[in-house]
Design a protein around this ligand. Structure first.
Ligand code: ZN
Length: 272
């Protein structure tokens, strides 16, 4: 993690903890990863680091909940203290092969957001094409997705083709949101009501389109704690920093103070 961000987080932690105590609402922390494999770099989290992250959650006293259960409790005001939801974006095969067995052994639920047009087994994302070819960049195939969903991993949509949604016209946004939901529901033979905005790209218009497309929950990459006032279609989330000490800052709500940086980044659009 950048040292400036860590310093800000360290300064903000006592304030965040105090605000959290005063607000009376325990809040929901949503965290995310991409790949779990090899060693920690870029979008990858090494297996040992992933285990350390889970140990940190355990030591913090996290109550890890399934996304739909957490959202129901958030909406009803019945969230337990230290409620956390675990998510994975993009649908990498390493989540199914490596992360999910570890989570299942520990009895931890999680949601993986997959790109419905990339489940064929032979496609890679543009940003992965820039790196040397490695099997760890492989995306999950539809047959593997069906099997892991039956095994208990919750599946949500990450659109059809992973576009920057704020840059599309209304019809294209609708297609990305509706077609991915329908494709996943047909594949998994169950309702799909959750979405993660690709690269965290959302606007109020995109959020309204997500509601119209049948989603109940949608997740951003705006950092911070979710409270009973946070719209369910723009839930906040932080990707897990490498260092367990930095994950503690996320869990303590310190990153809530960093949200202005996130909205600035959102207006600028993706780096790719
Ligand atoms: Zn993504």
């Amino acid at each position: 993690m950048k040292s400036g961000v860590r310093m800000l987080g360290t300064v903000a932690r006592p304030i965040a903890t105090g605000v959290r105590r005063l607000s009376g609402s325990p809040g929901l922390t949503v965290i995310g990863w991409h790949r779990v494999d090899g060693r920690t770099e870029g979008l990858s989290t090494g297996v040992d680091d992933f285990r350390r992250h889970l140990d940190t959650l355990d030591a913090w006293g996290a109550q890890v909940l399934p996304l739909d259960v957490a959202v129901d409790a958030l909406a009803r005001g019945t969230l337990p203290d230290r409620a956390v939801v675990l998510t994975f974006d993009d649908g990498y095969a390493s989540v199914v092969e490596t992360a999910w067995p570890i989570l299942r052994d520990r009895g931890l639920p999680a949601t993986m957001f997959v790109v419905s047009g990339y489940l064929t087994g032979d496609l890679r994302f543009g940003w992965d094409e820039l790196e040397p070819h490695h099997d760890r960049h492989r995306l999950v195939r539809s047959d593997e997705l069906r099997a892991v969903a039956a095994d208990g991993l919750d599946i949500g949509s990450h659109t059809v083709s992973h576009p920057w949604l704020p840059g599309l016209d209304a019809d294209a946004v609708k297609r990305e949101l509706v077609d991915s939901r329908v494709a996943l529901e047909e594949l998994l033979a169950r309702p799909v009501h959750s979405l993660a905005y690709p690269t965290g790209g959302w606007t109020p218009a995109v959020r309204a389109a997500a509601a119209a497309a049948g989603y109940r929950v949608a997740i951003t990459v705006d950092r911070g704690l979710n409270t009973d006032r946070t719209p369910l279609l723009s839930l906040r989330r932080a990707f897990v920093p490498t260092e367990p000490a930095d994950l503690r800052l996320v869990l303590d709500g310190a990153y809530t103070m960093l949200r202005p940086l996130d909205s600035l980044r959102r207006r600028r659009g993706p780096a790719w």
